[in-house]
Design a protein. Structure first.
Length: 275
């Protein structure tokens, strides 16, 4: 079974999706399951994990309802108030829906030191007992802080989104390469092969430009802890769904059949404990 481990749904509004700037105007519209289902069928992908795009419980509940109505949505990575004392009760309520498989708070725009906050770490410590992974959305500069954060939770499953957003547009490998290799030494951390084209020049990126970043995470995490993610519909500003799938497929062509099966499904199933 082939799994897309990272995509989004939304009903667009300028107020709720202010991060979609003028350069990304082509995704200023609704993106709902019927549109995605056509894309994944064309690429030969069987199912998806849907990831939060807003920091609200309302959206988490909506994504869970979408999953209940669309069998190809096998899991949801939602948002929960990790810094609030009520987080245990909220997670208990949300876990009543078996499609909830992970939680994400968007850390990439938080100030330095956010991952060291005691209230945030207290909330993350509840995830393991709830059987939920934590998606780590950070930028390159936050990798050392993220490594210290992960070390505080050695039994928690973490999934690094978008390779920690290396500076692809500038063709900069360091210090990202050094830092991501260090994080990858923690065997409880997985990595999504996603989001690279939107860190490059939307109109001028090349596969050759992306390859050093892909090779780095393959060497660092190994195929057993890498998972394919489309980042649809965000990817559409730089690449169609099938285009990104084909890029990753060509990169993975030298892997064994078992390693390819892990990249395109088994790793995501393990990390999120998908049914």
């Amino acid at each position: 079974m082939k799994i897309d481990a990272h995509q989004h749904f939304w009903k667009y509004s300028a107020t709720e999706y202010g991060w979609i700037d003028d350069q990304m105007s082509i995704i200023r519209r609704d993106f709902l399951p019927s549109a995605l289902e056509r894309e994944i069928r064309d690429a030969g992908v069987d199912c998806v994990v849907s990831v939060q795009a807003r920091q609200t419980l309302e959206e988490t509940l909506w994504l869970l309802s979408v999953a209940a109505q669309n069998d190809f949505v096998k899991g949801v990575v939602g948002w929960a108030p990790l810094t609030e004392p009520s987080v245990r009760d909220e997670l208990h309520r949300l876990r009543g829906n078996p499609r909830l498989r992970g939680i994400r708070h968007v850390v990439q725009d938080e100030p330095d030191g956010y991952l060291s906050r005691k209230d945030f770490n207290a909330g993350v410590s509840v995830l393991q007992e709830a059987g939920l992974a934590y998606d780590l959305l950070i930028r390159e500069r936050q990798l050392p802080e993220a490594t210290r954060f992960v070390d505080q939770h050695p039994n928690q499953v973490f999934v690094l989104d978008h390779l920690a957003k290396p500076r692809v547009k500038q063709n900069r490998l360091e210090p990202w390469r050094q830092w991501v290799r260090e994080l990858a030494r923690r065997e409880n951390v997985y990595c999504k092969v996603s989001g690279l084209v939107t860190e490059a020049d939307f109109k001028a990126w090349t596969e050759a430009q992306l390859r050093p970043y892909l090779e780095t995470v393959l060497e660092a995490f190994g195929p057993a802890r890498l998972m394919f993610g489309s980042d649809w519909p965000v990817c559409l500003v730089a690449c169609p769904y099938r285009g990104w799938y084909d890029v990753v497929s060509r990169f993975a062509a030298s892997l064994s059949s078992d390693e390819q099966a892990s990249l395109f499904g088994h790793a995501a199933a393990r990390a999120y404990n998908l049914p």
